[in-house]
Ligand binder design. Structure first.
Ligand SMILES: Nc1ncnc2c1ncn2[C@@H]1O[C@H](COP(=O)(O)OP(=O)(O)OP(=O)(O)O)[C@@H](O)[C@H]1O
Length: 551
């Protein structure tokens, strides 16, 4: 390692001076090899300082020593005390900062003081900031600062249209308001600038992949636009067609919106001449849907708009939607990993064993004890937890159990209810009204346990204490999003994952492999799997190399 710098790290966020960051260590270049995860150009990385995982903010190469400064991982993130990468077309730039010696930005810092703004930071109408504070949204979160900056403080005046934006930020970090706040303000500005006689056409379209998520964004938008006069239209759900297209912001599902776009379909066609912004929430999921990519192409043929992409997970197809010459990218936290606010636990189960819980409809169902070395069925393991926490200890914890199949979701919910733990199931096999009703029972706290399928994996914003993965999803990104239903909004959460190594159908070995690759604190049974998998991987690599040499 000596001779060349071991790595180069740029501290991108502004605000904190390197000396004020703790812990800070000085190590020789060779000794760096002993520290985990320090890799060249590790802008998004962290190191291990004793037991503390620290995010790297700055590394300074001295003569033959390298000084590494970082911050302890935690939930109380300040916008410049976390690993933040914010760039304009790949060139790092500082996040906006209006106050010296204060790292916290408030929405109120940008409020307009008079009808004619006197400074460049007077951006937000008072009504928006008031509507936000009614929901306890006062301080800006990192992704919100970044989107705000990208939308309001363009770095080049010569850009012919607003910049595209990609925001990759951990689950529950406030991405919805990151696009809603600036775009609602943009619509208000547009209204003030437009002549009263101009026909109203949408300026903003927001897309997401499920009706449940679209409706949740719609509700958040309604709260934000209260008393502003802006018209928001839901293009999803029960109503096949919207009656007219006079609105400012449309919140849309792909299919319903298509009715108003493609010729030959009966819906009134939406006038896209004033369209300025298209938001794609859960972008990595959306770009994987052919129906959406063709709709997006059609939109691009009809209007010149900026595309704002958001997700907690990312892939290369997402980046292909960005204008290569005019875009911002923002990364917060280690991409494609479970949020650090979530403590992960794993349970070794045997999904082929017989259940040992008996006595449905009895006051006190019985559980036969397991033999030594016998693994419990996942249902039994979950029942025992709920029995202890909810029935016996009467805790008010709220728990979501994820499964892949809708029939299994119904079965688990019914069984738990029969065993005295009221539970709802929510999935796409239900009629929309029923699904909304069951979800409401859970959000209102009438039941504490919900069994859900992939329908609720992404975007659902409900206060949840535990997520339990009864099985494992088919792709790793869905695992991240499932876990991300807890530990949101700077709270801690717990995600418990059932693991059965002998049932490849429900516990996909590839996803398990990715889980053990990312998670450092593993129970013994998982650590053994990781070790074996690692050996197999090395053998595979050697095999490939030998095959290449032979040719
Ligand atoms: N600045 C803020 N201050 C306080 N609360 C906030 C702030 N911004 C957002 N929130 C709240 O944090 C919660 C999570 O936000 P949101 O649903 O937007 O997360 P997300 O990043 O989109 O998550 P996911 O990736 O899971 O969809 C919401 O309840 C929201 O109201």
């Amino acid at each position: 390692m000596s001779g060349t710098p071991a790595f180069s790290v740029t501290r991108i966020a502004s605000g904190t001076s390197a000396s004020s960051i703790t812990p800070s260590i000085s190590v020789t270049q060779d000794a760096l090899a002993n520290y985990e995860h320090i890799t060249p150009a590790a802008t998004l990385n962290f190191f291990q300082f004793h037991d503390i995982k620290c995010y790297i903010l700055q590394a300074v190469k001295q003569t033959n020593e390298t000084k590494v400064c970082g911050v302890k991982e935690g939930n109380d993130h300040k916008y410049d005390s976390e690993d933040i990468y914010f760039a304009y077309c790949y060139h790092p730039i500082d996040l906006h900062r209006i106050k010296e010696n204060d790292n916290v930005l408030y929405f109120n810092d940008f409020v307009k003081q008079s009808y004619v703004p006197r400074s460049g930071t007077e951006i937000l109408d008072r009504q928006i900031v008031d509507n936000l504070s009614k929901q306890d949204i006062v301080k800006m979160r990192p992704v919100q600062i970044a989107a705000f900056q990208a939308i309001f403080f363009q770095i080049s005046e010569s850009q012919k249209r607003p910049s595209d934006f990609l925001g990759v930020s951990v689950t529950g970090s406030g991405k919805t308001h990151a696009f809603l706040v600036p775009l609602v303000q943009k619509c208000l500005n547009h209204c003030k600038e437009s002549s009263i006689n101009v026909r109203l056409t949408p300026s903003v379209l927001i897309f997401a992949h499920t009706t449940t998520l679209v409706e949740s964004i719609y509700q958040k938008t309604l709260e934000l636009v209260k008393d502003t006069g802006l018209i928001v239209r839901l293009i999803a759900g029960k109503t096949q067609f919207i009656p007219d297209t006079y609105f400012h912001i449309g919140i849309c599902c792909i299919g319903r919106f298509g009715n108003h776009l493609y010729p030959g379909l009966p819906g009134v066609k939406i006038d896209l001449s004033g369209l300025k912004y298209v938001v794609i929430d859960e972008a990595d999921k959306m770009v994987s849907l052919d129906e959406f990519t063709s709709l997006y192409q059609k939109l691009k043929e009809k209007a010149d708009f900026a595309t704002l992409l958001f997700s907690a997970t990312n892939n290369s197809s997402v980046k292909s939607l960005l204008d290569a010459d005019n875009h911002y990218t923002f990364y917060y936290g280690t991409p494609n990993t479970v949020a650090t606010s979530i403590k992960q636990k794993f349970w070794h189960v045997n999904s082929r064993s017989f259940s040992k819980v008996f006595g449905a409809l009895l006051d006190e169902p019985s559980v036969t004890l397991w033999e030594k070395d016998e693994l419990p069925h996942p249902f039994d393991a979950i029942y025992c937890l709920l029995d202890r926490d909810i029935k016996k200890n009467k805790s008010d914890k709220r728990i979501v159990i994820f499964v892949k199949r809708t029939a299994l979701a119904d079965f688990i919910a019914l069984r738990l209810t029969l065993y005295g733990i009221p539970t709802v199931s929510v999935h796409s096999g239900q009629r929309l009204e029923n699904r909304q009703r069951f979800l409401k029972y859970f959000t209102d706290g009438e039941v504490q346990v919900m069994v859900a399928t992939n329908l609720l994996t992404r975007g659902t914003d409900i206060q949840v204490d535990y997520v339990i993965n009864y099985d494992i999803p088919l792709v790793y990104s869905e695992f991240i999003h499932r876990c991300g239903r807890t530990g949101r909004n700077q709270q801690n959460g717990v995600a418990i994952t059932c693991v059965d190594f002998n049932n490849h159908e429900d516990y996909n070995p590839e996803v398990l492999q990715q889980i053990v690759d990312k998670e450092k604190k593993l129970p013994t049974f998982m650590a053994k799997f990781a070790e074996n998998a690692d050996k197999l991987r090395k053998l595979g690599m050697e095999g490939n190399e030998n095959a290449v040499r032979k040719h």
